[in-house]
Design a protein around this ligand. Structure first.
Ligand SMILES: Cc1cc2nc3c(=O)[nH]c(=O)nc-3n(C[C@H](O)[C@H](O)[C@H](O)COP(=O)(O)OP(=O)(O)OC[C@H]3O[C@@H](n4cnc5c(N)ncnc54)[C@H](O)[C@@H]3O)c2cc1C
Length: 384
C-alpha cells in the first residue's frame, strides 16, 4: 500500500526538555509584556527585539553548522522550538523566511562567500529575507515569470515586478526568480535563475499593498535595471539556468512545517478557555479541531523526520499543507460563528479573531494553493 505520510520515527518525547525550555521562555516573555497573543504570527508578527531575544537563546540558525555561526542542531529540535513559538502566537515574522527557507537554500546552493555573509547574521537575528517569486501574472504557474536578468559587465541587470512580497519593506534582501533565457514553450522550466537582491539597491522600488484591515504586510517590488554582481563574491544564487530545480527542491521544508497548521491555534486555545469558563457556549466541534491539530502535529513531525533523513517527502508535505491550512481556516470560521464571548471586554481576543478572519483566505493560497497541491498529491500517488 502506498504510504502517504511516513511513520514517526524515534522517541516522540525525546525532545520534551527543549519543548519545556521554550514554554518557560514564552511564559516569561508574556509576563514581561513582550509578547501578546495573535493569529498568523509568523506572517504578521514582526518584532526585531523578540527575534534577537530568540537568537540570544540559540534558537535561530539552529540547523546552521557551527562554522557558519549556527548551532549545529537537528531539524527536529528546530521543529519543536518553532512549534512552541507558533502555538503561543509569538512574533516570529522578522526572521521567519530567513530561518525557515533561506538557511537550507544557502547551505545547499550558496557560495562560500554568501554562506559567510548571511548565515551568521541570520543566526544572530540581524538579517531578514523576503521571497521574490510571485508576479502580477505569475503565481501558481511560476515558470511564466517575466522578470528578466540580462548579463552586463561584472554581473546582471534585473528588471521586472514582483508582488505579494511579504515583509519586503522591512527585510534586507530577497531571492528573486528571474528569466535569464527567453521562454521556450517546449521547455518552460528552463532558463530561470535566482539572484540575491539587496532590497536597498538603486533601482528597487518597494510599494505597499495594504490589506483589508489597513495593515501592511504585502508589497509590490519594482526592479528597474537593478545590478547584481557575479563572481566568487557575487550574488548569483546557485547555477544560472537551474532556478526551477532550486526553487522546487526546498518546497518540502516550506510546506510541511508547523506554521501550516498552527496559524490560528491561539484562537482555538482561547475558544477552549472561554468555553471552559462558560463565556462561550460549549460546542462538540471543539474536540474535532483539537483532534485535527493533534493528527497534523503527528504528520508534520513525521515529515520533519523524513527530511532529516534526506528521504523524499514532497507528497507528504503537500498532504500536510492541504489538510493543515484547511484546518487553520476552519478554526477561524468556527470562532467567527461562535462570536465574541458574552459580557466580555477582551480586546485582544476580538483583535485576534478579526485578524484570523482577515488572514483566512491567505492560508490555503500562500506557498502553493490547495488546488495545485492536490495535483502534486495525485501525481505523487501515480494518479496523473
Ligand atoms: C498571505 C500570502 C503571503 C504571500 N507571500 C508571498 C511572498 O512573500 N512572496 C511571493 O513571491 N509570493 C507570495 N504570495 C503569493 C502566493 O505564492 C500566490 O498567491 C500563490 O502562489 C497563488 O498565485 P496567484 O495568487 O497568482 O493565483 P493564481 O495562480 O492566478 O491562481 C488563481 C486560482 O486558480 C487556481 N489554479 C491555478 N493553477 C491551477 C492548476 N494548475 N490547477 C488547479 N487550479 C489552479 C488556484 O488554485 C487559484 O484558486 C503570498 C500569498 C499570500 C496569500
Amino acid at each position: 500500500m502506498t504510504r502517504l505520510v511516513p511513520p514517526v520515527a524515534g522517541d516522540p518525547h525525546g525532545l520534551d526538555d527543549v519543548r519545556l525550555e521554550v514554554r518557560k521562555f514564552v511564559a516569561e516573555q508574556r509576563q514581561a509584556g513582550r509578547i501578546g497573543r495573535s493569529a498568523d504570527c509568523w506572517l504578521t508578527g514582526w518584532d526585531e527585539d523578540f527575534t534577537r531575544a530568540l537568537a540570544a537563546r540559540g534558537w535561530l540558525g539552529m540547523t546552521v553548522p557551527v562554522e557558519y555561526g549556527g548551532h549545529g542542531r537537528s531539524h527536529q529540535e528546530r521543529f519543536v522550538v518553532t512549534e512552541e513559538l507558533l502555538a503561543a502566537g509569538a512574533p516570529v515574522g522578522a526572521h521567519w523566511i530567513a530561518d525557515r527557507q533561506i538557511v537550507p537554500s544557502l547551505l545547499k546552493y550558496g557560495t562560500e562567500a554568501q554562506k559567510r555573509k548571511f548565515l551568521p547574521a541570520i543566526a544572530r537575528g540581524e538579517c531578514y529575507f523576503a521571497i521574490g517569486m510571485s508576479e502580477p501574472d505569475s503565481g501558481s504557474d511560476l515558470a511564466s515569470v517575466r522578470t528578466k536578468a540580462e548579463p552586463v559587465d561584472g554581473g546582471w541587470r534585473i528588471t521586472g515586478a514582483k508582488v505579494w512580497t511579504s515583509g519586503a519593506h522591512l527585510a534586507h534582501a530577497f531571492i528573486c526568480l528571474a528569466r535569464t533565457a527567453a521562454l521556450d514553450p517546449a521547455h518552460r522550466h528552463d532558463g530561470l535563475s535566482q539572484f540575491i537582491v539587496d532590497l536597498r539597491s538603486p533601482g528597487v522600488d518597494i510599494r505597499p499593498i495594504i490589506s483589508m484591515n489597513g495593515k501592511h504586510h504585502f508589497n509590490e517590488v519594482i526592479l528597474d535595471e537593478v545590478f547584481v554582481p557575479d563572481g566568487p563574491d557575487g550574488m548569483v544564487f546557485g547555477t544560472v539556468g537551474d532556478g526551477w530545480q532550486q526553487v522546487t527542491s526546498e518546497l518540502s521544508f516550506e510546506r510541511s512545517g508547523p506554521e501550516r497548521f498552527l496559524s490560528t491555534f491561539t484562537l482555538l486555545a482561547d475558544v477552549a478557555g472561554h468555553m471552559s469558563a462558560r463565556a462561550l457556549p460549549r460546542h462538540t466541534d471543539l474536540g474535532r479541531y483539537v483532534a485535527r491539530i493533534a493528527g497534523l502535529h503527528q504528520m508534520s513531525t513525521a515529515v520533519a523526520g523524513a527530511l532529516e533523513r534526506h528521504e523524499p517527502a514532497d507528497t507528504a508535505a503537500a498532504v500536510v499543507k492541504v489538510l493543515g491550512t484547511t484546518t487553520e481556516g476552519d478554526i477561524a470560521d468556527f470562532a467567527d460563528v461562535l462570536g465574541i464571548p458574552d459580557e466580555m471586554d477582551d480586546d485582544p481576543y476580538r483583535t485576534m479573531l478579526a485578524d484570523a478572519v482577515v488572514q483566512r483566505p491567505g492560508f490555503t493560497l500562500r506557498g502553493g494553493t490547495n488546488e495545485v497541491l492536490r495535483g502534486v498529491i495525485a501525481r505523487g500517488l501515480g494518479m496523473r
